[in-house]
Design a protein around this ligand. Sequence first.
Ligand code: UDP
Length: 430
Amino acid sequence: MRSPITTARSLADYEAVTPDDQMAALYSTADDLGDVRVLHLNSTATGGGVAEILHSLVPLSNDLGIDTDWQVMDAEESFFEVTKAMHNALQGQDVTFTEEMEATYRRVTERNATALDGQYDVVVLHDPQTLGMARELKDRFPDTRIVWRCHIDLTDANERYLQAVVDDVRRVDHAVFSRPEYGRGVDVPTSIIHPSIDPLTDKNRPLDREELAVERDRLFPIEFGDDSPVITQVSRFDPWKDQFGTIEMYRRIKDAVPGAQLVLAGGMADDDPEGREVYEEVVAATADDPDVHLLTNQPDTTIDFLQRESAVVVQKSLREGFGLVVSEALWKRTPVIGSTVGGIPLQIEDGKNGYLVDPDDVDGAAARLERLLADDDLRRQLGERGRETVRERFLLPRHLLDYTELFLGVRDGANDPNEPRASRTDADRS
Ligand code: UDP
C-alpha cells in the first residue's frame, strides 16, 4: 500500500466561496469530533473522480484538524481486470463471475488488508475495489468503524455481482451513496453524500491572460472562435462514457455549423484496463475528420481551459455515478448537455443551466447542441446559472462538512438503517 502525495490546503482560502453557516458548522463539527484518525482507501492515485476528490478532501480535512490519511491498494493487472468487470456488472452489464475471478479478488483484498498498519478510528473504503478488505479489517481492528463509500450507480446491477457486494457490505458499519436509489438491498445504515469539485485546483481555478494564451497555443490547431465553436467531452475512454454517441451527435450538427470542432479529452486511469482499447476504437472512428481532436493525459490547466473556453460541454454517459466533469464545466460557466443518468440530473436542471437528454437520444442531443451554438446569449445565461448551481451545492467545503458529520455519526453509532441521511445539498434545496 502507498500514500499518494497531496498538496496542502487551507480552509481559510475557501472562505470566499463558502457560506458563513457552512464554515461555522465545519469548525464546530470538527471540534465535536475531537481526536479521531481517519483513513481513506482506494485503488488509484490518479485518473477518475475518486482520486480527484481525495487529492483535495484529504489535505483539507487535515487542515481542519482531522487526522486523515489516504492509502492506495497495491494490486496487479489481473485484479484490475476483475474489478473492472465488477464495475461493469454493477452498472448493469451481463458479465460472468467465475470462481477464479472471485479468488483473485479475495486474494488481493485480503493481502492489502493484512498489510495495513496503523490503528484508525474510521476507515473509508471507496468503491468495490476495496470493499473486500472489510472482512479482514473487521477481524483485525474490531473497534474501527468501517464505511463503504460507493461512487457508482447500483440501480441496474447484475444480480450475481450485487449479491456479492451486499454480502461484503454486511461487514461494514455504514455505507454512503451519491443517490438514495443506489443503495437498494444494502442493510446497513446509509447516508447520501454528493461529491464536489475543488475550486482552487489547477483544474478549476481561473486562468490569467497569459495562461489562457499559452493554452490556446498548445492546443493549436484547435480554434476557439465565434465561427469555430468547440464542443468538448472530458472523460476516461470507457464504453459507459459513450464517446461514440457524442461523435454521432457532433456529426449531425456539422452541416449546420461547419466550423464546429469536437474535442474528446480522456486520460487512462491506472485501475482501468479497458481505456486503451476504447481509445483505439475512437481513433479509428474519427480518423477521417480533421475537426475531431483526441487528447490524452492532458495537464489540469489544459482541462480547465477546455472546459472554460468550449462553447458547450457534453456528458452523454450511458451510466454515471456522479459525473464530476459536469460540475467542473458548469463552474466555468459553460453549459452542459448531459444524459438523464446517475448524478448528472442532480447537477443539470433542464433548460436552466444546460440540457438533459435520454442517454440514447442522439437526435435530441444534436437539436439542443445546434440551438446552443446558434445563441450566444442563451449560452451565457445558462452558463451563469451553472456557476450558481455549483457554488451553492457542489464545492469542496460542503463535501468535507458532510464527511465530518458522517464521522461524528458513525463514531457515536447513530443513524437509522431505514432512513438515509440526506446530504447537506438536499437539505439546502428544500
Ligand atoms: N479527467 C482528467 N483528464 C482526463 C479525463 C478526466 O483530468 O483526460 C478528470 C476529470 O476532470 C474529472 C475526473 O477525471 O475530475 C473524472 O470524474 P468523473 O466523476 O466525471 O468520472 P469517473 O472517471 O470518476 O467515472
